[in-house]
Design a protein around this ligand. Structure first.
Ligand SMILES: *[C@@H]1O[C@H](CO)[C@@H](O)[C@H](O)[C@H]1NC(C)=O
Ligand SMILES: *[C@@H]1O[C@H](CO)[C@@H](O)[C@H](O)[C@H]1NC(C)=O
Ligand SMILES: *[C@@H]1O[C@H](CO)[C@@H](O)[C@H](O)[C@H]1NC(C)=O
Ligand SMILES: *[C@@H]1O[C@H](CO)[C@@H](O)[C@H](O)[C@H]1NC(C)=O
Ligand SMILES: *[C@@H]1O[C@H](CO)[C@@H](O)[C@H](O)[C@H]1NC(C)=O
Ligand SMILES: *[C@@H]1O[C@H](CO)[C@@H](O)[C@H](O)[C@H]1NC(C)=O
Length: 457
């Protein structure tokens, strides 16, 4: 592609859109997905899917990325320095504080730090009540513009708009504007044609979570109005989304909804999966062994199950807790051969501790420790009930070469566990989760290892 950057096919504006998401593509590679029919045994060598995107990218034939219908993650980008340095604006409600960042914040940090490292000039419009917590020296190309949040905790639109206009009128106007979700609301975004918004969850996807929560609701708890209000929210979104020039969906499923349900023209919707730093998350056996030793995981355990993230209800921890509790009760062998490592904090940490010494709650881990954690486990389980966005933990585990097990949600089966050669999916119920936990346990460690290799590939 780099060879063709100067060709007439790329107008300057097109080029800008391409560059903003450029780095995230270069740090993530989702290569050929695979086909398999057996539960435990992956076939080697595996076949590639019909969407052989790497191959279709003919060296000498330029492609128009704006019209490219599939996820961009398979594309190969050059690693040389950009031929033009851009001035980029980012609107994000909150800039992350390292180990406590949620998905949206990690997206903001990973992408824009990578862009800054490539030499682009980044202007970040964000809230802060305390301007001294940010480490300004992480990159000299990052410029922060702080403002007091609105009473509801959002970016104060008129304040950030003034800051933005001021920057846009000095020396050089912005080449590209990016907003993480509604950081910049549609009331202002409508005036900017060189803008892309990244959605980390849209109301239509949330309907699936609402249905799951309602099905799992204990009879003594009252029904909420969430379900009824959600469809109204979808209609509102359909109406105001059109005020954003370009849309980035972080999963194939969300991209499909944006085009089909939200009726946004195809050339304004771009699918780019969340990115993970593959310099940090990668296989390293000795790191895994050190981690196990440090946390006193006996070598006699034939299966180490890992969980990570915020230990809250909507991440499915009540389900996982109940499934483990029942398995421990009904099967003595499980206690002897398995151990569960839980990274993260939240209300369910205490419940997990009640399950005894086979469940080790590690608390929140910073990035390097988390990388070791993934190396120490045999399978990663993410029982999330949140159907919106795309969980980073699954991608991190895969890049570490581990098989994964997760809820059968549209974004997960469409973009991550596309095949049972990579891992396991289950419907969000205790019975279904127990069934796949037993199934993975009966697979030998070597088989899980093979699945992990396929996942990484
Ligand atoms: C897919 O692309 C790879 C890399 O160019 C190539 O080796 C392989 O044969 C292709 N597979 C199919 C089915 O076209
Ligand atoms: C602001 O953050 C710094 C660094 O984390 C901290 O030392 C300081 O106490 C904070 N100030 C306020 C007012 O919260
Ligand atoms: C700020 O970041 C730099 C570079 O990553 C690091 O060397 C330095 O120790 C950090 N300072 C603080 C106070 O966190
Ligand atoms: C930013 O500045 C450029 C150049 O002056 C101008 O064309 C553009 O309309 C400005 N953008 C906004 C949103 O004001
Ligand atoms: C694996 O991790 C260890 C300890 O952190 C490090 O010394 C070693 O270089 C790493 N190996 C590879 C291949 O990255
Ligand atoms: C426990 O599970 C293992 C593996 O699935 C099975 O072989 C064994 O019979 C079970 N034991 C009991 C007591 O259910």
């Amino acid at each position: 592609m780099a060879k063709n950057q100067k060709s007439s096919l790329f107008s300057f504006q097109n080029f800008c859109y391409i560059v903003i998401i450029f780095s995230i593509c270069s740090i993530i590679l989702f290569l050929s997905w695979t086909h398999c029919c057996s539960q435990c045994y992956p076939h080697f060598p595996y076949q590639t899917t019909p969407q052989n995107q790497t191959q279709n990218q003919n060296q000498n034939q330029p492609i128009n990325l704006l019209l490219y219908p599939l996820a961009w993650n398979n594309l190969i980008f050059p690693s040389n320095t950009p031929s033009k340095l851009l001035k980029i604006a980012l609107f994000v409600k909150k800039w992350p504080q390292i180990s406590h960042a949620g998905g949206l914040e990690r997206h903001a940090l990973t992408l824009h730090l990578a862009l800054a490292n490539r030499g682009h000039e980044l202007h970040i419009f964000t809230t802060s009540t305390n301007t001294s917590f940010i480490n300004h020296s992480i990159n000299k190309n990052l410029h922060f513009h702080f403002s007091q949040p609105s009473p509801a905790g959002y970016l104060d639109q008129s304040l950030v708009w003034d800051q933005f206009q001021q920057q846009n009128s000095t020396i050089k106007p912005f080449d590209i504007v990016h907003t993480e979700s509604v950081g910049l609301r549609y009331t202002r975004s409508r005036y900017i044609s060189n803008l892309a918004v990244t959605w980390h969850g849209i109301a239509y996807e949330t309907i699936h979570s609402d249905i799951i929560q309602e099905l799992l609701r204990p009879p003594q708890e009252p029904q909420t109005n969430a379900m009824k209000e959600r469809t109204i929210k979808v209609v509102e979104e359909v109406k105001f989304f059109t005020n954003y020039a370009h849309h980035v969906a972080t999963s194939d499923h969300a991209g499909d909804i944006l085009k089909r349900v939200y009726m946004i023209p195809q050339e304004r919707v771009h699918i780019i999966l969340n990115g993970v730093d593959q310099q940090i998350f990668k296989p390293n056996i000795s790191k895994g062994n050190d981690f196990k030793q440090k946390h006193k995981v006996p070598n006699s355990k034939s299966l180490v199950i890992g969980l990570a993230g915020r230990l809250v209800k909507d991440k499915g921890h009540p389900l996982m807790f109940e499934a483990l509790k029942q398995i421990i009760k009904e099967n003595k062998t499980f206690l002897e051969t398995c151990i569960v490592l839980v990274a993260g904090d939240g209300p369910w940490a205490t419940r997990y501790r009640e399950l005894g010494k086979n469940v080790i709650v590690l608390g929140p881990l910073e990035q390097n420790e988390l990388a070791s954690f993934y190396n120490a486990i045999d399978i990663f389980v993410n029982p999330t009930l949140r159907a919106q966005g795309l969980d980073h933990t699954l991608l991190e585990a895969m890049l570490s070469g581990k098989p994964i097990m997760a809820t059968r949600l549209g974004s997960i089966v469409g973009s991550i566990i596309v095949d049972n050669e990579i891992g396991y999916t289950f419907s969000p119920s205790v019975i279904a989760l127990k069934k796949v936990l037993y199934e993975s346990w009966s697979c030998r460690r070597g088989i899980l290892k093979m699945k992990g290799e396929v996942a990484r590939e």
